[in-house]
Design a protein around this ligand. Sequence first.
Ligand code: ZN
Length: 250
Amino acid sequence: MPVMTALLALHQTERQIRALRSRVDSAQIYLNAQKRKLDDVTTRQNELGDTKKQRQARIGALETESASVEERLGKLREDLNSATSTKEYHGLLNEVNAQKDAKRELDDKALAEMSEIESIDTELGTLADNLTERETVVTKATTELEERTAEVADRLAELETERDTRRADVDASTLDRYEELLDDLDGDVMTEVLAIDPRRREYACAECSVHLPFDKVNRITASADEVLECETCMRILFVTEEFREELVKK
Ligand SMILES: [Zn+2]
């Protein structure tokens, strides 16, 4: 079998394999993206949970402090009642007012923390709803991936066997180059020679449109054992049977 014939047959199988795999790959990519979104929700939940604990601890500390100021105030008020001079009375009254201010400040801080916690609770509620939605999406995407994988499994196995057979028809060095290009060009490795203006011997690469020297086109057309690449896009050039017949006619 001529090399180009074997290579084109192999490539056809390779393309079918890649098309089937891409169905599975796209399901996998979708699932990964959905899992990331789910992770984002749980990460945010954990962050908020930590912040909430910190704020609750701060409230606890503020309340303790406020209680001790309150205790102090109680004593000051008793002293105030038993003050023996105007000077002492005024001094104690100033202290009472200072302590009242301190307590108000502490209580305001505690209230501010509580209102922050309320906002956190609101966001946590929204996140809990989000999480449920995200989990449903991830479950669906997982099922979709499993189904697609199962759908293509038999056909893929068949095609892989076929590919092995067809690989065996291609000589080792051509096969090496072909497979190297498969990796580099993500499967898109064969390209047709297009006749732009045959009378003026103008031909081009169908992939990148670069003009191809007539000598090269002639070699590919004359022998199906010639494996030549487009020097611009690196793809392996082939001609169709019709092209070959047309060129031979001239
Ligand atoms: Zn090209």
